[in-house]
Design a protein around this ligand. Structure first.
Ligand SMILES: [Zn+2]
Ligand SMILES: [Zn+2]
Length: 321
């Protein structure tokens, strides 16, 4: 890093050049969205009349190589650049009329790409999904709040919504299981978990309120995360199974299956996401679900032990004829 005074005459020495590069970097990192090299050059020029286009181009090239920026091509005959640092991976919708773009991520698309590439032993380094068409504003004249510059916040919003939906379905599942349980100890376990889900739900809802306070239009902005199965709550099908009449063991097994599915889901995506609030929400949630899973597994083993004590062989005798 250079600590040369800025009043030094312009000379192409390393120190001077790196301080220019840092200035360009700082301006770039403050921008959101997709800038062309010329857009960035115009922005830098407002601060520094003497900067050359070539310097800006070289700095951009360096940022791409360093993994700070990523080149995107929206088919306009020139490249654009976007921040990758603390910016979640995403796909693009691109308007051919006004060149605006918006960002989204879908677990279903990711899974499909994974499936196809695995079946062909293809090692994926990067996937690009670009959808071209006409944006709402261009086709209807309506101008709803957009996502430009808000992707990270939208990501956190959607991650929290998914976590809240999961927590709600978990609360429903455990409350229902507690009502249906015959075994007293089992009932208490379900009741305790229901209480815990209630507490977590309150914490998540508070985080959500805090997020909303950061942007008055947050809820009106387009959705970023498209997670088909998870959006309705990962415990929803389990809660439905409960009412079909299950015994305590089966109820525990359904709970185990839901917690495991939920843990794996949140862990998988937490690992895939770049550093961001959304990633942290997923990682915290995955850890919480793991605790629940371990608790349920322990209870299941205890219950099996307890139930096999008074009539040890009856179960196995009546099972198999
Ligand atoms: Zn448009
Ligand atoms: Zn983008």
């Amino acid at each position: 890093m250079s600590i040369l005074p800025t009043s030094q005459p312009l000379k192409p020495v390393g120190g001077k050049r790196s301080s220019k590069r840092e200035r360009i970097l700082n301006v770039f990192l403050r921008q959101e969205g997709h800038l062309s090299a010329d857009d960035l050059f115009d922005l830098i020029k407002q601060d520094d009349q003497h900067i050359s286009r070539a310097t800006v181009y070289r700095a951009l090239q360096w940022m791409v190589e360093a993994g700070i920026a990523q080149k995107v091509d929206f088919g306009e005959g020139r490249s654009r650049f976007e921040r990758t640092y603390r910016h979640p991976r995403h796909y693009h919708l691109i308007c051919k009329n006004c060149n605006s773009s918006s960002e989204f991520l879908s677990s279903d698309i990711e899974m499909l790409i994974e499936e196809v590439s695995t079946s062909r032993n293809f090692d994926v380094s990067r996937s690009v999904v670009q959808v071209y068409g006409t944006c709402e504003k261009c086709s209807t004249g309506k101008s709803a709040p957009g996502d430009e510059g808000h992707t990270e916040l939208l990501f956190a919003r959607d991650a929290l919504q998914i976590a809240i939906a999961t927590e709600r379905s978990g609360l429903e599942f455990y409350s229902r299981a507690a009502r249906l349980a015959h075994d007293q100890r089992g009932r208490k376990v379900f009741q305790d978990l229901a209480d815990e889900e209630k507490k977590h739900l309150a914490t998540l809802e508070k985080s959500y309120e805090e997020l909303l306070a950061r942007d008055p239009h947050l809820e009106d902005r387009p959705r970023f995360l498209f997670f088909k199965g998870a959006a309705s709550g990962l415990f929803a099908t389990g809660a439905d199974e409960l009412v079909q009449g299950v015994d305590d063991q089966q109820a525990l097994l359904i709970g185990i299956r839901c917690e495991r599915g939920s843990h794996n889901f949140f862990k998988k995506y937490a690992e895939k996401f770049e550093d961001s609030e959304g990633k942290q929400i997923f990682a915290d949630f995955a850890a919480e679900e793991k605790e629940h899973l371990e608790l349920l597994l322990k209870e299941y083993r205890e219950l099996v032990k307890r139930q096999s004590q008074p009539a040890k062989r009856v179960a196995s005798r009546t099972r198999k004829a």
